[in-house]
Design a protein around this ligand. Sequence first.
Ligand code: PRX
Length: 652
Amino acid sequence: MSDLENLLSEDRRFPPSMEFAQAANAQPGMYAEADTDRLGFWERQARELSWAQDWTQVLDWSGAPFARWFVGGRLNVAVNCLDRHVDAGFGDQVAIHFEGEPGDTRTITYAGLLAEVSQAANALTELGVQAGDRVAIYLPMIPEAAVAMLACARIGAPHSVVFGGFSADALSSRIADADAKVVITADGGYRKGGAFALKPAVDEAVEQCPGVEHVLVVRRTGQEVGWTDKDVWWHDVVGRQPSTHTAVAFDAEHPLFILYTSGTTAKPKGILHTTGGYLTQVTFTHRNVFDLKPDTDVYWCTADVGWVTGHSYVVYGPLANRATQVMYEGTPDTPHQGRWWEIVANYGVTILYTAPTAIRTFMKWGEQLPAEHDLSSLRLLGSVGEPINPEAWMWYRRVIGGDRCPIVDTWWQTETGAIMISPLPGVTATKPGSAMRALPGIGANVVDDQGRPVPDGGGGYLVLDQPWPSMLRGIWGDPERYAQTYWSRFDGIYFAGDGAKKDADGDLWLLGRVDDVMNVSGHRISTTEVESALVSHPAVAEAAVVGADDPMTGQAIVAFVIPRGGAPEETDALIAELRAHVATQIGAIAKPRNVFIVQELPKTRSGKIMRRLLKDVAENREVGDTTTLADGSVMSAISGRLAAGGGTGDES
Ligand code: PRX
């Protein structure tokens, strides 16, 4: 509650400068315009794109919760991102300034990108990929990732990008669920000063997935790779294709991509996005939330293409708006902790979009690092992925933004496809830590347990009460889970899974997840997913996982594990092994910060694990109400175990 009280007393306001406001793409009238005629508003946004065939209906919601937007319309996403800019005479404009971690660079113009995408589209066609076939993409942050996605979009083959940090197991379950025919990968990539490998994980995954016919391999690092008869080199097959390709238009509801994200069960959900509505909303939000001026801005979104932010705000939104952008392969501290600021200065970045966890890391590293570089090109800053604490917000504004750049804290999800709640940078007087309001054309609210909107000053659950163009069209292969997960908590409205509060002015403050989903460095991981990885280890009888507050990563994964057959002799060795085991099962991002070996878990009389109590312990709080516990002494035993420290299995 004290956090909520603090929010209510936040009285700092940061309106845009007069100069910024006057030149902004989004002007104040946009809210009223959208309120007056919501569908007409979205229809006008859709007209900013190039359509091969007009729609007959803006929204068909008769099959709710399955929406159809721009019914009957036809378009090609890649044509909207590339051909139309080249046709309009912007072929020589830089689309991507690529910077590899080792310092290699590539400058790719719109004409160059179109040629590469055309070649890749021809190559996929040669490999037998047809419209509707799924293609899995498992690549580092290199231009080929964007090329591969756009080539899939161009031929109507939905892509499923799997983050390069995921393990072979995670990759194979995603390939299998989507039944992908082709996998696009690389030998490896560069991270933290060295080459990491991707191909071995693909080899292992493809062995489990007989449906995969070809693996297209980009040579990035030149490291040794194993080779099977399904493997073909990108430079061979793509390289010899013609650099022109005639694209056909697809239905507005043609599937564009599947992206897996964690839900509250151990099985990730394949979130499905389609073509016309998705592109309309990512393009609209990218232009208006980031105030993109295609002729002068240099935009940089630091997200990996493996996450939805990389889909919507590295690939589709920026390219549809003819942005010039920076793409960086590596980590922020390689070879030194000033790397990002060097990049901003070198390329003259004007718009920077990143995550609170990165900002907090830079705060820890100290303000002397950004101060060594000229950041005066920056004119707008964005934040995404988790609630940004007011201290980090203020630091971002002052140290990175030189007290002059508006900050847009953008709330959205894999499921929403595009930004939903955010300031409009030339309109909104922002408050440090608040995402402020639903964008024009978007309906968001905070409701209580019964689904009734709370008054200003109240807290509850964040819901979206109007269908929106880039909304997910379902969960791949599981329509029931879609309806159940998002639309059953409150009748007919979308439940986002987040807690939120309205302040006295009705502005929104996001309070994190209210379900069993953790948010670690802006990445979604479910407690059950990690628990099931832990119990798949032969030494584990039972496991409970909680997300504990962490000053750097937002939340950290803390696991409580009951070993099989009593206390192990080598606790530290087991802990280290279990942490490594989770990394193999899911990926390094899911590795628990702490694993505590306990003899019992707190359970209710009906056998339900009381995670709330474990969270209290993990966050060093006094343990809450234990009266519903079957065995009241369990918590003191666990607290005693934690007080003894450790849990990491090593010195770190
Ligand atoms: O809890 C919210 C948090 O991230 C979740 C969505 O995660 P994902 O689908 O991986 O997409 C992340 C990038 C869009 C949300 O349910 N979240 C995202 N942005 C914010 C946020 N929480 C608070 N403030 C934000 N700006």
